[in-house]
Design a protein around this ligand. Structure first.
Ligand code: SME
Length: 163
């Protein structure tokens, strides 16, 4: 496993194209869920410099804070609440260009301005979400959706983290 990430500047496509094989390399052969989620959050944060990148995991019908990079965050989110709880309930990626316009947005930090939440789905069930926040408005689009969904789908997860 490579221990250093190669960061590229350029378009988002360039960044994801360089990052995805490196993420796959980081995950290869590792079977621990926390280790894998932690490295994915770190790799995304390092490449893109977003304000907050992390996972919330479904435990006892609630989202609970998992591995993340960024400032401290809310620990529990109910189904249907905020952007994360809505992406969970709907089992669909949500792109929010301006969090202040999203009814029920949970402001863990007033510095977060736009957000994308990608559900982590295994066996047709949402087992968690990837939440990415930016300090700038309108930072996420279909390119992020496409690649983040791809990244999330490829994380080997055994279900340890949902207990
Ligand atoms: N803003 C999110 C809550 C999680 S934090 O931003 C890390 C939401 O509305 O779901």
């Amino acid at each position: 496993m490579a221990e250093d990430l190669t960061i590229v500047t350029g378009t988002k496509e360039d960044a994801y194209s360089s990052l995805i094989p490196q993420i796959n390399g980081l995950l290869e052969g590792e079977t621990d869920d926390v280790a894998n989620l932690a490295n994915v959050a770190a790799a995304l944060k390092e490449q893109f410099g977003w304000f907050w990148v992390g996972f919330y995991l479904v435990k006892n019908n609630e989202l609970v804070l998992g591995p993340f990079q960024g400032p401290v965050a809310c620990t529990r989110i109910a189904k249907g609440r905020g952007v994360c709880g809505t992406a969970w309930r709907d089992a669909a990626t949500l792109i929010v260009p301006d969090v202040e316009q999203f009814p029920g947005h949970i402001a863990c930090s007033s510095l977060s301005r736009s957000e994308i939440v990608v559900p982590v789905i295994r066996n047709n069930e949402v087992i968690g979400v990837l939440d990415v926040d930016s300090a700038l408005l309108s930072q996420f689009d279909e390119t992020d959706q496409k690649y983040l969904e791809q990244i999330v789908a490829a994380i080997p997860l055994s279900g340890q983290v949902n207990k």
